[in-house]
Design a protein. Sequence first.
Length: 505
Amino acid sequence: MNHNLFATFAKRMRERDDADFITTREGQRYSYADALAASARLAGALTGIGVQQGDRVAVQVDKSPEAILLYLACLRIGAVYLPLNTGYTGEEIRYFLSDAEPALFVCRAAVLDEAQRIATETGCPAVETLGTAADGSLMEKAAAATPREDIVPLGERDLAAILYTSGTTGRSKGAMLTHRNLGSNAETLSQAWHFTPEDRLIHALPIFHTHGLFVACNVTLMTGSSMLFLPKFDADVIFEEMPRGSVLMGVPTFYTRLVADDRLTPEVTANMRLFVSGSAPLTAETHQAFEEKTGHAILERYGMTETNMNTSNPYDGARRAGTVGRPLPGVEIRITDRETGEEVPQGEIGMLQVRGPNVFIGYWRMPEKTREELLEDGFFITGDLAIVDDQGYVHIVGRDKDLVISGGYNVYPKEVEQLIDELEEVYESAVVGLPHPDFGEGVTAVVVRQAGSRINEAGVLAHLNGRLAKYKQPKKVFFVNTLPRNTMGKVQKNELRKQLQDTYR
Ligand code: MLC
Ligand code: AMP
């Protein structure tokens, strides 16, 4: 049996033939037949460039249908797709390329010179460009290439993608996801959420993370439904499109913005059958306000880069505010004591661990990190604290990892602190997430100056600019004389969060 996920997709794509796969408001349209043909041409281009089975293809491009076709082309030939946030700076990209050693880096034309320089420095042999109007050197090569209609036979553990996720040490880890990981989750979700070929997903998420790439696109491909690709979340456009859409997937910020808008009514959402939220906690208030204004209960689910989706509120049945629902079919969870790893009694808070065909196979070239987090019995330690209630619903009550989630993007404080601490004028710093009305949590820095230093907020931010993606940069910088510490000398971030809790309210 060929475990190549593309073999599963191709079967459905052939059945759906001339039906819409991806459309845009600018008039681009790929039917499933078009997507099959275009992915074969792109696969031919990749082969011509020298990309072979198992090679990584790093991609930092603006959202476009062609980026998804490139993802499909990689699957087709067994290359490993490595999407990168468009916000990453050159310095961040240098790390990813040197760690992943891709055979090809696909970038935006505007940054080609810099990309070539970084590729040379990191030993990446090829750089191509891809634009948002089906343009760029990669598309030119695809037009001239001999299409590869074959689908490379693959085993269960062959990699489909590597997605980098930041770590508590400040060094990003590449989560290795297999064809089986992605395929099993797409199949499970399409059934759990009752997807049919008639669905039209309003796709406003970025396509370099699990949510917008795998949850949204793989579920669509699995069912042969269609997606309207929007460059980004824009409430005006969402309101215009909802009467022609059936599903919206979003991070909580999408929903807090929609709820705050007078245009949110039962009428405008009448054609929609499902609103999914995830990637960060959706507050019970937003859930309730959305239901009051539209009659739709948002379906909240819980996942991670390493695991794809683990739990989901039910399609039929109570979608309970403040919970992430029950484990998806095939996914096992257990709640354990943080110190001993033993399971705690039902109803008690503990570390959430998950196991299933959705769970990744390890961190790229980090066997020790993998052993720390992926246990021998197959359970993965999520770093999330949870309880399971008497009806089996999981409540995520906190995080054991030092992580801020801002508008659905993860920011590891360590990475920001290390950069701030590089400044000679800074003695030390602590970065925390504070309640933020729009982003859920706002990245905030608390800095202790060196004696005699006068560095201010602008000085700190200037140092981060260009080194860190914009969304990781603090929204505010505070200066204090000392950081609160416990008797072990550890900075008490809880204390800082308490003191500064009203900063953005
Ligand atoms: C943009 N900015 C952000 C930000 N997004 N700052 C902090 N956090 C964010 N998430 C910056 C901009 O650069 C800008 O800075 C300013 O904030 C205001 O921008 P905006 O125009 O209001 O933002 P917008 O473009 O509307 O983007 C907000 C957003 C977007 C929430 C729509 O960030 C988004 O689409 N997030 C989705 C992230 C996602 O897909 N996560 C899934 C991860 S997968 P300035 O200074 O230039 O004005 C995962 C697993 C799972 O977690 O379970 O799904
Ligand atoms: P990432 O590493 O970007 O995949 O982010 C995964 C993390 O996002 C999880 O470990 C959780 O902390 C958080 N997360 C995802 N979905 C939810 C949710 N519905 N509720 C609370 N936290 C969530």
